[in-house]
Design a binder for this molecule. Structure first.
Ligand code: FES
Ligand code: FES
Length: 171
């Protein structure tokens, strides 16, 4: 049995018929081809699959696609339309906030919600906000530094021209 769903993803309406068991992360990656959202554990621990659902950071391996019917979803691709870096992505680039980059999309989506709710978050608040996101490479120092640095940028919605760096921060 398949169920029809309509979900707005990065500003575009998408419609499909999906199995009730299909996780939202697999809808994004396998049905829509938005592979910037990574799957690290599939068990709600690593946070690499974090996206925004109606503005709230959600681990997309934790929610069924049918539960997101009618929602407004944003993935890492939606932060960088037309190859322009979002200020948080730019801050990750400027502050070496990534190594392998696997956790980076989830970190950036979590940071996006965090800074929207608390644009002047302290370092401690940033660390607390990242508790659901695991990084195996960096030791977190430069990730936290990047997010704090992003606060000083003019506007969280303002974008900057992407260079060669855009892909690294968004994939
Ligand atoms: S893949 Fe979703 S939390 Fe790890
Ligand atoms: S940069 Fe490799 S897991 Fe975070």
């Amino acid at each position: 049995m398949k169920i029809p769903v309509s979900i707005t993803v990065n500003g575009k309406e998408t419609s499909s018929e999906v199995e009730p068991r299909l996780l939202l992360v697999h809808y994004l990656r396998d049905v829509l081809g938005l592979t910037g959202t990574n799957v690290g554990c599939d068990t709600t621990q690593c946070g690499s699959c974090t996206i925004l659902v109606d503005g709230t950071a959600v681990k997309s391996c934790t929610i069924l696609t049918v539960q997101a019917d009618g929602s407004d979803v944003m993935t890492i691709e939606g932060l960088a339309p037309n190859g322009e870096l979002h200020p948080i992505q730019q801050a990750f680039w400027d502050n070496h906030g990534l190594q392998c980059g696997f956790c980076t999309p989830g970190m950036i989506m979590t940071a996006t919600e965090l800074l929207k709710k608390n644009p002047k978050a302290t370092e401690q608040e940033v660390r607390h906000g990242l508790e659901g996101n695991i990084c195996r490479c960096t030791g977190y120092e430069n990730i936290v530094k990047s997010i704090v640095a992003a606060e000083s940028m003019a506007s969280p919605t303002k974008t900057k021209k992407a260079g060669k760096s855009a892909k690294g921060a968004a994939s």
